[in-house]
Design a protein around this ligand. Structure first.
Ligand SMILES: NC(=O)c1ccc[n+]([C@@H]2O[C@H](COP(=O)([O-])OP(=O)(O)OC[C@H]3O[C@@H](n4cnc5c(N)ncnc54)[C@H](OP(=O)(O)O)[C@@H]3O)[C@@H](O)[C@H]2O)c1
Length: 180
């Protein structure tokens, strides 16, 4: 079974995934009258499990909606001691080195992983274990906030697989890691 680690995330023009207060309301500022899912449902059908940073997990837990995922969510955290019982059978705590975490999740039979959260994506990129980056660009400049990218040990080459425009305003680019 082919293993893939993918990112599906929205950023400002200047590369932030949340504003300086950690807020993401600006993601929904562009009118979306037909409630386009911006390709998310098609993406998630190919995913077996999600690895999410603790801060993103807490954001999702705070949404005033039913739990949005039908697949297991593995929450990266060194500070959480346990997952609240409301999320039992939905979310599981993981810690350790990124490669160890991926191996353990792959051994459970989950091969196509969705990696979510800024610091989390950065840790995965640092280990060069991201295969696909699907980035939706929101036409706003925040100036500061939570960055998607950070310092790397080495440059990473990607190639453009496709690019799509949603609701006339958002460009979604799918990049795949080019490995020698
Ligand atoms: N624009 C979008 O599409 C989008 C998508 C996702 C999230 N967001 C937003 O982005 C913000 C969260 O991003 P973030 O970068 O602040 O945090 P994050 O990646 O969601 O979570 C960071 C936390 O995850 C844990 N973690 C990360 N890497 C780890 C590692 N290698 N080992 C162990 N634990 C690790 C740590 O938890 P502990 O501190 O508990 O150890 C760390 O504090 C939120 O505001 C969220 O709403 C936006």
């Amino acid at each position: 079974m082919k293993k893939r680690n993918s990112v599906f995330i929205a950023t400002s023009l200047d590369g932030f995934i949340a504003d300086k207060n950690g807020k993401i309301d600006w993601l929904n500022d562009i009118p979306n009258p037909d409630k386009s899912d911006l390709g998310f449902n098609k993406f998630i059908t190919k995913i077996d499990a999600i690895i999410m940073g603790r801060k993103t997990f807490e954001t999702v837990c705070g949404f005033d909606i039913d739990w949005p995922y039908k697949i297991p969510v593995f929450v990266l955290s060194n500070s959480l001691k346990q997952i609240l019982k409301d999320y039992k059978d939905k979310a599981y705590l993981v810690k350790g080195s990124i490669k160890e975490i991926i191996n353990k999740i792959n051994e459970k039979g989950y091969y196509n992983l969705y990696i979510d959260g800024g610091t989390t994506v950065q840790s995965f990129l640092k280990e060069d274990v991201i295969d696909d980056l699907i980035i939706t660009t929101i036409p706003i400049i925040l100036g500061e906030g939570v960055p998607l990218f950070n310092v790397l040990n080495d440059k990473l080459d990607f190639e453009l697989i496709s690019s799509e425009v949603y609701i006339n305003q958002l460009v979604q680019s799918h990049y795949r890691r080019k490995r020698a």
